[in-house]
Design a protein around this ligand. Structure first.
Ligand code: NAD
Length: 512
């Protein structure tokens, strides 16, 4: 009994275009291939969406290139003003867009709203940042010389995004890139194109009201091939790609081969450590939210729980009490905490991973089966907990589903840190402890090797003010806050001689 009025409110029932350059939508073209988009929540067909082809990409790139000419010279605070207005529009559409995120991707409504809030927050952040694109002044060694650096726009920024944060990741990239004077072409996940179309609708009015050219913010609905074309195309000085490590290796190699820049935000295999000095109740709350929130489909989801032997049984018992009472169901029903996986392939991957863990000697404590109910799709599962060892092959991998591997450690915190770091990924990490020495050891150079390291906070749920991303096979990129804006700009070092002679650096003599 879910009404789909939010689709109308967002205006996306009007058209199903394969691409948009921001001001006008492409004409419907019956020759384009289409893809049917089913809601993971109830299995209903939401829409049939056209898929762009290479000629669409060409059109978009050319439109964007021409938009860049005027946008790059607009003063940055004026670009910030446009982003401010986009933030205002997003505020107006927060509820319907949040519902669409939920309906198309499957995260619970509170998280759908949270995702839109994150977009609003990054707009606010970017507005402030637009007046703070600071370069440094360096003292020149030469008489009457001034040396400084400036940050200039790069040009076309390609944004390839994943299904699980269908809109927030785009806004992290595009709003920061835009205030820096870049124009953005977004290839959303082919699994969640409708949220992208909705965002473009929301943007359009702002662009129109300000008489801005087409091509500042464009999207292109396509599959991996379109993403690959963007990676190979040297007209994109920067490609920012969020998704699996498998995808990131391909994009990184393609962009690297042409010596472009890539910003990679890839898979995680995040651990939460509970030491014997932890507040267990806080740690349990963080663990459960981290492991089952978004049905385990966050890049920062808690996948490994590393628990000191002194509190292991207590933690296990608490989890086994809570897991059976987790409310699973339609994510637009606000009493539910766990929604579906994105598709049936993910359900298969979930079950296969559990089988593999068992075959490697793991002990399935709870969950691991499908959850079925009339009116729901086949994508719901009972979140699982498996006692495991960190060196299992399956534990070393990211399975994008709610499986929590329970791992015991003994002795000092260093042993837990070593287990935590002993995976290929390096995104998020957390320790629960009230002991200063443990906390500092975890945060030290010998501590967590991840891009995000939290104390008494879980692995998921980062704020936009910090730089977001991770090390090792997570790709090394940083998006969002702090000085992540620098990734979207080129640094230029300038030296001005305001004297009447020409001294050379390093005192070199060169008498003509
Ligand atoms: P995916 O890698 O299957 O797809 C992501 C995007 O890449 C899609 O738009 C897809 O079309 C595109 N793509 C796939 N192959 C490509 C190629 N060869 N060239 C160019 N583009 C290509 O990932 P997914 O299943 O949508 O998302 C889940 C993954 O994303 C998980 O691994 C998760 O950890 C990761 N993720 C990471 C972050 C982060 O910030 N680190 C954030 C969200 C999701």
């Amino acid at each position: 009994n879910i009404t789909l009025d939010f689709l109308k409110e967002l205006g996306i029932e009007k058209r199903n275009p394969a691409f948009s350059t921001g001001r006008v939508f492409a004409e419907l073209n019956s020759k384009r291939e289409t893809r049917k988009i089913y809601s993971p929540t109830d299995g209903q067909l939401i829409a049939e969406v056209e898929m762009a082809d290479q000629s669409d990409l060409e059109h978009i790139v050319q439109t964007a290139q021409s938009a860049f000419e005027s946008w790059k010279v607009l003063p940055a605070p004026k670009r910030g003003e446009i982003v401010r207005q986009i933030g205002e529009e997003l505020r107006k559409y927060k509820e319907p867009l949040g519902k669409l995120v939920t309906y198309e991707m499957g995260k619970i409504y509170q998280e759908g709203l949270g995702e839109v809030q994150e977009m609003i927050d990054i707009c606010d952040f970017a507005v402030g940042q637009s007046r703070q694109l600071y370069g440094l002044e360096m003292k020149s060694e030469r008489q009457d010389h001034r040396m400084f650096e400036q940050w200039h726009p790069l040009g076309l920024v390609g944004i390839i995004s994943a299904f699980n944060f269908p809109v927030a990741v785009w806004s992290w990239n595009s709003m920061i890139a835009a205030i820096g004077g870049n124009v953005c072409i977004w290839k959303p996940s082919e699994k969640t194109p409708l949220t992208a179309i909705a965002c473009q609708h929301i943007l359009q009015d702002v662009l129109k009201n300000n008489d801005l050219p087409e091509g500042l913010f464009s999207y292109i609905i396509g599959d991996a091939e379109i993403g690959a074309s963007m990676s190979h195309d040297s007209r994109f000085p920067l490609v920012s790609a969020t998704g699996s490590t498998r995808m990131g290796k391909k994009v990184g190699a393609a962009v690297g081969a042409r010596l472009g820049k890539s910003l990679l935000e890839l898979g995680g295999n995040n651990a939460l450590i509970i030491t014997e000095n932890a507040n267990i109740e806080m740690a349990i709350r963080a663990t459960v939210f981290g492991a089952v929130g978004t049905c385990g489909q966050r890049c920062t989801s808690t996948r490994r729980l590393i628990v000191h032997e002194a509190v292991y049984d207590q933690v296990k018992e608490r989890l086994l009490k809570i897991y059976p009472s987790l409310s699973i169901g339609h994510p637009l029903d606000e009493t539910k905490l766990v929604g579906p996986l994105i598709d049936e392939d993910s359900v298969t991957a979930f079950k296969n991973a559990i089988e593999k863990a068992k075959a490697e000697g793991g002990n399935l404590l709870i969950g691991g089966t499908s959850y079925t109910q009339d009116g729901l799709s086949n994508n719901y599962v009972h979140p699982a907990i498996v006692e495991a060892s960190n060196d299992f092959e399956i534990v070393q991998e990211e399975t994008f589903a709610p499986i929590l591997y329970l791992i015991k450690y003994s002795g000092e915190i260093e042993n837990a840190i070593s287990i935590q770091n002993n995976v290929k990924q390096g995104l998020s990490s957390a320790v629960f402890t009230n002991h200063l020495l443990e906390s500092e050891a975890f945060l030290s150079a010998a501590g967590s090797d991840c891009g995000i390291a939290n104390v008494n906070i879980g692995t998921s749920g980062a704020e936009i003010g910090g730089a977001f991303g991770g090390e090792k096979e997570t790709g090394g990129g940083r998006e969002s806050g702090s000085d992540a804006w620098k990734a979207y700009m080129r640094r230029q070092t300038n030296t001005v001689n305001y004297g009447k002679v020409l001294p050379l650096a390093q005192g070199i003599k060169f008498d003509l």
